[in-house]
Design a protein around this ligand. Structure first.
Ligand code: BES
Ligand code: ZN
Length: 843
């Protein structure tokens, strides 16, 4: 696409009357959209995509129009000035999970359809013509007719106010962006409650679920809205907040104003058998979307380049909110084990985007939703802001920001201005170095000629061009003489021995791990820290493992140096320490060739690391056990099963046998491992078929993903082939779940070749079916996470290089090529030393 003009400059809509007639059996939509607005020039453009336009009238006069599909527009000529433009059109109802689309599901073997919408980023134009840009806020009145069956329900952003001649009319919305318009209809069930302030809260799902599955979400949604009204000191501006689970959903969830949509897995929970990890995940997803009701919906970014304003903020607020709602769940620890490593890993690859990034082309807009950057790094950046200015100034600043920009748009500058105003600190100045520049620094701490010297330099995993970038780094040292912010390339802190005596503890930076940088201590400083690992707090332990691992990934130190340190961390009762430890172990796996004596040694090490914890925790949750124990159990058992520990294997088998007639009743936190164990150690074609059948029959998303994990672990080549033949059958594997299946088969050494062949052979099909989907690029991302040999690197380059110029794919292909190459080189360089180090520490 070439033209990058914004249509809003020429035509400013004020109100849309949208009438849609939707027929599920003919898969056809007919519509009339009437837009009142101000034409600044006689030649204006409206967005449309795949709309078949019958006629356009402006102020009741037929006008000439020209469809220009290349820019997803219809161009018209009319008189400048106030206009009422009426467009009659029709459109197909397609299975793309974009625009207006059907979700498919079954109740008691009967196939059913639910219609829903997904408009962010640029799919509203597939449902109605208009100016589909976030800045073009207007009010919307929806009127919808459909092939209605008795008992069906229709919901939208606003309440329904009447039904006439089978047409459902909804209240006019507030001023809002097109991408947030939503509606849905079908045979729905509902749970409802009201907040203290009188906002109606509802959770909706299909009737394939038990009513009790809606309760957890209802509770979290209600308390989240109450929390945000209080935290933002700004009322929720709509009469209701509906949460709807859609059986087919491309992303995780979507913050449509007043009608939030979710993947079923991220909303519905069996209250009687769900792991804490899953509850935490569902709660954070709901809190994220509800944070957007203000940040994103009430105040919206002016253009997509400031997407971070929406997503970084909502990503931080999910933790702030859930931590407040469930204080004993240790929510911020999840931030440390999920967001932090994701951002540090991806942001170290040259070619990564900055959090703030220019975009124009719709295909590129979707590709900037990089979970590790716009979400994780952006959230971490805001966590830095929060710890610099404190919660009170943050809240005061936000309140101002909302009241200045409500029902309107804002840019990053506006947020910084509000926060600077409230805190007296020029946060924009500090934060711009994080916002505008890709990557992050490693701070090296060295004792040189007796002086403690800090230097900053961009950190890379793989090839990277040093552009001399500098960041304003909140250092958070435990030595009070260290400046709060380091903006220089190098600082000299003076005589080290003097400092060491004065402060009496080993020198540390980034206490709390809340600044986006890693530290490379010289040997003397590191030894000082490591000489008493036991007395370090959990975050510090996690941080040591994290920084050493990254330094090894970047080949600044050797993995072989890390191996001997590991046993000191294995008996920790902290979940974040054990998560960091197993992450290192997973990385070590890449140096070990399957079915060799190296693998035997590595498994012995894995057993050594996990044995004591397995004994302590067992398979069954204990009454009143700690949150850490609940969260750690799965990773510990997983390690033990990987190590082929015979007792663990037989315990898992026993659990399977006890529950084989009611597999859903296996304790949810360990269910996937029990099923995987069965497939790996007691597998048969019959078991495979049994799991596949259960997969198709269940409507429980958690159970489904456990079964998928087990099925994809088969080592039988015929069964792997069978799995792959089902990839393109949406009745068996839903398109929303295909990437997960593909990734798991690829990650199975016995399935790698077949999955990789499948991807290459079916790329065109994939591009045709999910090419317009925001998740498309992640097929490349997950592939690059697995491939690790030189041959695969060459195959990957050969296949993807010719696709480098595909809009939206360029950055991903470049980064992933670099990533695989870095991994191949790392393995070649370190394989011997790492395996030797492993052999030296096993008992
Ligand atoms: N606004 C996004 C959904 C979205 C993502 C729309 C990409 C269009 C393109 C939503 O708020 C979101 O961030 N969803 C996340 C889940 C969230 C809890 C992290 C997602 O879908 O991954
Ligand atoms: Zn979001």
């Amino acid at each position: 696409m070439t033209e990058t003009t914004r249509f809003y400059d020429d035509f400013q809509p004020q109100h849309y009357d949208i009438f849609l007639d939707i027929n599920r059996s003919t898969k056809k939509i007919t519509g009339t959209t009437t837009i009142t607005g101000m034409a600044k020039t006689p030649k204006i453009k409206l967005h449309q995509k795949n709309l078949d336009i019958d006629s356009i009238e402006a102020n009741h006069q037929a006008v000439n129009f020209k469809v220009n599909d290349a820019i997803e527009a219809v161009e018209l000529e009319l008189a400048a000035g106030q206009q009422t433009i009426a467009i009659k059109y029709s459109a197909p109802l397609t299975d793309t999970m974009m625009g207006i689309y059907p979700s498919y599901y079954q109740v008691d073997g009967v196939k059913k359809q639910l219609i829903g919408t997904q408009f962010e980023t640029t799919a509203a134009r597939q449902a109605f013509p208009g100016v589909d840009e976030p800045e073009a806020k207007a009010t919307f009145s929806l009127a919808i007719k459909f092939d209605e069956q008795p008992g069906e329900t229709i919901i939208a952003n606003m309440p329904e106010n009447r039904v006439e001649n089978g047409i459902h009319y909804f209240d006019e919305t507030k001023q809002m962006s097109t991408y947030l318009v939503a509606f849905a209809f079908g045979d729905l069930q509902k749970a409802e409650t009201t907040t203290k302030s009188g906002v109606k809260i509802g959770v909706y799902s299909t009737k394939a679920h038990q009513p009790k599955e809606l309760d957890f979400a209802l509770d979290i949604a209600k308390s989240s809205i109450e929390f945000f009204e209080d935290f933002y000191e700004t009322p929720y501006p709509l009469p209701h907040s509906w949460q709807l689970a859609l059986p087919d959903f491309s992303a995780g969830a979507m913050e449509n104003w007043g009608l939030v949509t979710y993947r079923e897995a991220y909303l519905l929970i069996d209250p009687d058998n769900t792991s804490l990890r899953t509850k935490l995940q569902v709660a954070t997803v709901i809190a994220h979307e509800l944070a957007h009701q203000w940040f994103g919906d009430l105040v919206t970014m002016k253009w997509w380049d400031d997407l971070w304003l929406n997503e970084s903020f909502a990503n931080m607020m999910e933790y702030v909110a859930v931590d407040a709602l469930k204080p004993d769940w240790q929510t911020w620890e999840l931030f440390q084990t999920a967001e932090v490593p994701a951002s540090l890993q991806r942001d170290a690859i040259d070619g990564v985007q900055a959090v703030h990034v220019q975009v124009e082309d719709p295909a590129e807009i979707d590709s900037i939703f990089d979970g590790a950057i716009v979400y994780a790094k952006g959230a971490r950046m805001l966590v830095m802001v929060r710890s610099l200015i404190g919660d009170e100034a943050l809240r005061a600043g936000l309140k101002k920001y909302f009241s200045a920009h409500k029902f309107n748009n804002a840019t990053g500058k506006d947020l910084w201005a509000a926060l600077a105003d409230a805190s007296g600190l020029d946060v924009g100045e500090i934060m711009n170095s994080w916002l505008e520049q890709p990557g992050y620094p490693v701070v090296k701490a060295n004792v040189v000629n007796g002086d403690l010297i800090l230097t900053q330099q961009q950190f890379f995993i793989g090839e990277g061009k040093d552009a001399g970038r500098l960041w304003q780094i909140p250092l958070n040292s435990n030595y009070s003489v260290v400046p709060k912010i380091m903006s220089e390339k190098e600082i000299n802190l003076g005589n080290y021995n003097k400092l060491r005596t004065e402060f009496g503890v080993p020198f540390r930076l980034n206490i709390g791990n809340n600044s986006h940088f890693i530290v490379k201590y010289d040997q003397q400083l590191l030894d000082d820290i490591l000489k008493d690992v036991k007395q370090l707090d959990s975050i510090s332990k996690l941080q040591i493992l994290q920084d050493l691992r990254l330094l090894a990934e970047g080949q600044q130190i050797s993995y072989a140096e890390i191996v001997p340190l590991l046993p000191q961390f294995s008996s920790s009762k902290s979940n974040i320490v054990s998560t960091a430890l197993y992450r290192v172990m997973t990385q070590l796996k890449q140096f070990v060739k399957p079915e060799t004596s190296e693998e035997t040694s590595f498994k012995a090490l894995m057993d050594q690391m996990s044995a004591e914890q397995v004994k302590r925790l067992g398979w069954q949750a204990k009454v009143n056990e700690s949150i850490d124990d609940q969260l750690m159990r799965p990773s510990v058992l997983n390690a033990s099963l990987y190590a082929k520990n015979p007792q663990t294997i037989s315990k898992a088998h026993k659990l399977y046998l006890e529950h084989q007639n009611q597999l859903t009743e296996l304790p949810a936190s360990v269910r996937s491992f029990v099923l995987i164990n069965e497939m790996e150690n007691y597998g048969s074609p019959e078991l495979f078929q049994r799991f596949f059948k259960a997969y198709q029959e269940t409507s429980d998303a958690g159970f489904k993903s456990d079964l998928e994990a087990a099925i994809t672990m088969t080592d039988n080549p015929d069964l792997i082939k069978e799995i792959i033949t089902k990839f393109k059958d949406p009745d068996i594997i839903k398109p929303q779940d295909l990437r997960g299946w593909y990734r798991n088969v690829l990650a199975n050494p016995k399935g790698e070749q077949a999955a990789w062949d499948w991807l290459r052979t079916n790329w065109q099909w994939l591009s045709d079916t999910v090419g317009g989907d925001m998740e498309f690029t992640t097929y490349i991302t997950v592939t690059a996470m697995v491939l690790k040999t030189r041959q695969r690197f060459e195959e990957f380059s050969e296949f993807f290089n010719p696709k480098l110029n595909t809009p939206g794919l360029t950055r991903e292909i470049n980064m992933d090529t670099r990533l695989i190459e870095a991994r191949v080189k790392l393995i070649e360089a370190e394989e011997k030393a790492v395996n030797k180090a492993i052999n030296q520490i096993i008992n």
